[in-house]
Design a binder for this molecule. Structure first.
Ligand code: ATP
Ligand code: MG
Length: 416
């Protein structure tokens, strides 16, 4: 029996991969407009890093991590997300010494032991952004605007931006208590997970998808009513800046995010097109995380988007690559000429195809159709003798005689 891939681990095949490359290319281009640089972080980290940053009472740490002991009996984990690693690197290499403001992005695979379904896999891919060192709401607004810009650039109407504020260590405990009192008389309605985390992480009930939790949290107090003066001001100014530059958003007071390190501004890019997998990108501020990981007392903000989910939103778009030119040939002498022309043109920067073996003209034209080449050139004995051949523009249906030289052909195919 042939060996198959591990459940929840996917291949990204040619045909699909072009979409991924387009997403990655667009992300790099847009993020660099906003001054970000790429950082590449390892896939394996000490397990402790994620326990300390993400939080013990979160879905990720409680049940989703790919953790094991290596041969040296070190407890390691295949990264379930990027923020902890980027901040670990920021601290380890003292990037803050040169400039407390680091503006970084990363892309790559993440690993979580979840139930595989559409838009949810065990190896999935994120493109993420982290900005450190700025408390001012200008950076919140910029990150959100950049994220919206990225999706607009992909030509998508969905997802749309939702924002909330989770307050800070001063005001959140007050809200936690208020929410706990509210939920106390409704504990029976909560799902098993939320019942269990009532003490450790009661906020999770607000964005739990189980029917009981939705019912139990109806009419729950809103974090926004409990923000301290500073957090309230920070949130108002963030909204003001988004309004100023026309970045559209909606406020979602129930958005709490699943990771412990978030403070103040939190946000999600949500879609209605992927069922329960509605968050395409998510993030927020983490003003305590860097110090928590042993670094300086610096604030941070970031997000990560799921590339698989972005790719699903782009499902309708056509990404197939097409060569500039297909060269058909008749006879061995013409094959040599065609092969030389193809190679010269590729060296100049045109994408060119021809058959690897001598085939009938009919069969070669079928192959050309399959490639959907923009131009075709047919070379036989007569063409060799006159030193020119007909170059057909496939879309226009027009045909022109060109010299059998790479320069002349290049000029024609790159013109159209
Ligand atoms: P969800 O609520 O869908 O589980 P999450 O809150 O766990 O998402 P984050 O940890 O914030 O997600 O990760 C950011 C993004 O990464 C998500 O918005 C989503 O697009 C993507 N993502 C998270 N988990 C998976 C997964 N198992 N498979 C595919 N994409 C994922
Ligand atoms: Mg999750």
């Amino acid at each position: 029996m042939a060996i198959t891939a591990v459940k929840g681990f996917n291949d990204i095949l040619p045909g699909e991969v072009e979409k991924w490359q387009y997403i990655e290319r667009t992300a790099r281009r847009i993020f660099e407009l906003y001054g970000l640089s790429e950082i590449r972080i390892p896939i394996l980290e000490k397990t402790e890093l994620f326990c300390r940053s993400i939080g013990d009472a979160t879905d990720i740490v409680e049940k989703e991590m790919y953790s094991f002991e290596d041969k040296g009996e070190n407890k390691v984990t295949m990264r379930p997300e990027g923020t902890a690693s980027v901040m670990r690197a920021f601290i380890e290499h003292k990037l803050y010494a040169a400039d407390p403001i680091a503006r970084l992005y990363y892309m790559g695979p993440m690993f979580r032991y979840e139930r595989p379904q559409k838009g949810r896999y065990r190896q999935f891919h994120q493109i993420g952004v982290e900005l450190t060192g700025v408390t001012a709401p200008t950076v919140d607004a910029q990150v959100l605007t950049m994220l919206s810009h990225f999706f607009a650039e992909l030509g998508l109407d969905e997802p749309s931006l939702q924002i909330n504020s989770l307050g800070c260590p001063e005001c959140r405990p007050r809200y936690r208590e208020a929410l706990k009192s509210f939920l106390f008389s409704r504990l029976e309605l909560l799902c098993e997970d939320c019942k269990r985390r009532y003490e450790t992480n009661p906020l999770r009930a607000l964005d739990c998808k189980s029917a009981g939790c939705i019912e139990a949290t109806k009419g729950a107090p809103s974090m926004l009513e409990y923000l301290c003066a500073d957090c309230d001001d920070h949130f108002s100014k963030t909204k003001g800046l988004l309004d100023l530059v026309g970045t559209r958003y909606a406020i979602n007071e129930r958005m709490v995010r699943g990771l412990d390190y978030y403070t103040r501004t939190t946000f999600e890019m949500v879609t209605t097109m992927l069922g329960a997998q509605s968050a395409v990108a998510a993030g927020g501020r983490y003003d305590g995380l860097i110090a928590e990981l042993g670094g300086p007392k610096l604030p941070g903000i970031g997000f990560a988007m799921g590339v698989e989910r972005v790719a699903l939103l782009l499902a309708e778009k056509e990404f197939a690559r097409r060569p500039d030119l297909f060269i058909a040939f008749m006879g061995e002498e013409a094959q040599g000429t065609a092969y030389k022309l193809m190679t010269d043109l590729q060296r100049k920067g045109a994408s060119v195809e021809m058959d690897y073996e001598v085939k009938s003209l009919k069969s070669q034209m079928r192959r050309s159709d399959k490639f959907n080449a923009r131009y075709t050139l047919i070379i036989g004995g007569d063409e060799l003798a006159r030193g020119t051949a007909p170059l057909k523009n496939m879309a226009a249906g027009t045909q022109e005689e060109v010299a059998l030289s790479a320069e002349a052909i290049y000029e024609q195919v790159k013109k159209g």
